[in-house]
Design a protein around this ligand. Structure first.
Ligand code: CP3
Length: 350
């Protein structure tokens, strides 16, 4: 990252602890099925994974929401499951259902995977990163990302998304040595993956722990599988890229959000919509925050949307805040609702 870029990007300034008014804005899953031009390119690519691994198409899809809405950040178009895929685990997406992987259930299954990431798959992603950076306006930050070890492991172990992450919780309890080995492989490879994205041109990275909420019944569990692996990645990335900007999104952390903000080492904490605004402010007293409009409220639109936006701007204004959703935008969301959101956030409170 060039120094001049950092100065011109509201997202990077916020990550450095500056308060911007109005706050910078982007949306998780901003490149995706709610956009007709995404659906068209997706149809052209054939499969979702082909789209992820074809730099010309992935670049185009990453840029679509920037052109249309002028968000302050672009997020690399890819998927968190590219990491297990690049470790050699079979991965495919079932239309209308979601990801499927050949489950890792035994030490033998883990031993059959690679130690490091397939350079061909990673190379395609890094090519996308550098193409996107070259095409973006200087003030627009490019975010790379990876899944957190816990969340990625839930998919690797179950072979699919699960409502309660029971297969991974169960393996962690039954065979902690194997589960630890899976997490350790993911910590090491996710660190290298993020470093390479930063070196290819990403200005900051986000670590998605979408299923952290499955660990909050017990602080020791939360520390062991959510907080510590992420803190190790943060340290490892900064050892290679000093000053690397990192956002952590431990979705569903509830009462453990302040612990995460204080101990993970991230520059900003992504908040889900389940967190009340008083609690959000308590996290913000520790670190800049990102979030946390409900994707359902954005889907509904109207005055309820306006009110929800205003409440967030009011509660989190005056300290460093990146406006975002509390989770990914829903595919059925009407475009005019997104336009309304952008206008209202940028217009500030009347
Ligand atoms: O945010 C962005 O615009 C960048 C791209 C991105 C995608 N997935 C594209 C995608 C990012 C950052 C992700 C992260 C991701 N992927 C997470 C963590 C965040 C979260 O949503 O909790 C997880 C858990 C995954 C795994 C995954 N990928 C699932 C469970 C699914 C199926 C559900 C769904 O929404 O279809 C995917 C597919 C996926 N990833 C799509 C997109 C645009 C839909 C693919 C399609 O076009 O059919």
């Amino acid at each position: 990252m060039q120094a001049s870029q950092s100065q011109h990007s509201p997202i990077l300034r916020t990550l450095s602890g500056e308060t911007m008014t109005p706050p910078p804005l982007w949306m998780m899953r901003q490149a995706g099925r709610y956009l007709p031009e995404y659906r068209a390119l997706r149809a052209e690519a054939g499969s979702f994974l082909d789209l992820c691994y074809t730099p010309s198409l992935a670049t185009e899809v990453t840029l679509q929401p920037i052109r249309q809405f002028g968000f302050d950040a672009a997020i690399l178009f890819s998927d968190i499951l590219v990491v297990p895929h690049a470790l050699g685990q079979d991965l495919w997406f079932v239309e209308g259902e979601g990801p499927r992987l050949k489950p890792v259930a035994t030490t033998k299954d883990l031993a059959a995977l690679r130690e490091d990431l397939d350079p061909e798959k990673v190379g395609a992603v890094l090519e996308t990163v550098s193409r996107v950076r070259a095409a973006l306006p200087r003030e627009t930050a490019l975010l790379g990302f990876c899944g957190a070890p816990w969340t990625v492991a839930t998919y690797m172990v179950a072979g699919r998304g699960t409502p309660d992450q029971a297969p991974a919780l169960d393996l962690a309890a039954r065979d902690p040595v194997l589960f630890r080995a899976i997490i350790d492989r993911l910590v090491a490879q996710s660190t290298r993956y993020l470093v390479s994205q930063l070196q290819a041109g990403a200005d900051a990275v986000q670590i998605f722990d979408s299923w952290a909420g499955a660990l909050i019944s017990d602080e020791a569990l939360y520390r062991r599988w959510c907080l510590e692996p992420i803190a190790r990645i943060v340290d490892g990335v900064r050892a290679e890229v000093p000053g690397a900007r990192i956002i952590g999104f431990p979705k569903g952390s509830g009462p453990f959000y302040p612990l995460f903000a204080g101990e993970s080492g991230v520059d900003a904490v992504g908040l889900d919509q389940g967190l009340g605004l008083d609690q959000a402010r308590a996290v913000q007293a520790i670190r800049p925050v990102q979030g946390n409009l409900s994707p359902e409220v954005l889907l509904s639109g109207g005055t309820a949307l306006d009110q929800a936006i205003d409440l967030i701007l009011e509660a989190l204004g005056g300290r460093p805040h990146i406006f975002n959703l509390g989770h990914g935008i829903l595919p059925q969301t009407p475009i005019p609702h997104v336009e309304r959101l952008v206008k209202r956030v940028r217009g500030g409170l009347g």
